[in-house]
Ligand binder design. Structure first.
Ligand code: F6R
Length: 242
């Protein structure tokens, strides 16, 4: 595991975007695994700037997103479909037919997960998987549990995740209670993994996830077993790590 310590959030965002940009330049038909949440927003902004400058071409890029809330329509501005369009897809020349997220409006959860597994299979292994880190150690919406779940599944969001995400909704009651998420097995199949983390509030979980025991109670800890992980984290997030 490679850890890149950055000065602050902006520095983290630029460095993470540079890694993704290099991947696209080296392999224009790259399969990107993409994440939502507040942490990668600056990374996406930098990628958009790279596109606007003419340095990046997304025309052959394919993407698979980690997760989607169950029951939120695409038009809802808190859906991850909306997020991806609002922060990246609508500003670059990616072919929307090559972008994929779980279908949050598919009520039959078994069908939703099976369909997304088929999509992931068809798109192929991610060349580069971008991840954020939840306060409870979740990656995607793989919440702490008894075992690492391999494939796409429907998850009951923990109270900690609902609390963390309520800032985006009118109240905690409005936060969907379930989500569809890519499994840990699929995340681990990515050729390269890039984790972005920022802020003092993530310092404890950074230490546990990347320097503590590997356990499904801290899902991100499994990344210690992956052969090519880069963590780009700011000083605040790394403040408990020597
Ligand atoms: C989002 C996702 C989540 C977030 C995590 C951190 O697609 O998969 O695992 O990365 O909840 O969220 P932020 O960046 O908002 O702290």
């Amino acid at each position: 595991m490679r850890i890149i310590r950055t000065k602050d959030y902006n520095d983290m965002s630029r460095k993470a975007a540079n890694i993704i940009a290099a991947q696209i330049v080296l392999k224009p038909d790259t399969v990107l695994g993409l994440a939502t949440g507040s942490t990668p927003i600056g990374t996406y902004e930098n990628l958009v700037q790279g596109y606007e400058k003419g340095d990046l071409d997304f025309s052959q890029v394919k993407s698979v997103n980690l997760d989607e809330y169950r029951g939120l329509p695409r038009e809802n501005d808190q859906s991850y479909y909306y997020f991806m369009h609002d922060h990246l897809f609508k500003y670059v020349n990616i072919d929307l037919a090559n972008t994929h997220l779980p279908d949050g409006m598919q009520e039959d959860s078994q069908k939703a997960c099976a369909e997304y597994e088929a999509v992931i299979e068809a798109v192929g292994r991610q060349d580069l998987q971008l991840l954020g880190l939840g306060h409870n150690g979740h990656i995607g919406f793989n919440e702490p549990c008894e075992e690492f779940k391999k494939t796409t599944h429907c998850v009951n969001l923990t109270q900690s995740t609902i609390e963390a995400n309520k800032r985006f909704f009118a109240s905690a009651d409005e936060v969907p209670k379930q989500a569809y998420t890519m499994g840990i097995g699929t995340i681990m199949k990515a050729k390269k993994i890039l984790v972005v983390v920022s802020g003092q509030d993530k310092a404890k979980i950074v230490k546990e996830a990347f320097f503590g025991p590997v356990t499904p109670q801290v899902p991100a800890s499994i990344l210690q077993m992956h052969p090519d992980v880069t963590v780009v984290a700011d000083e605040a997030a790394l403040s408990l790590v020597k």
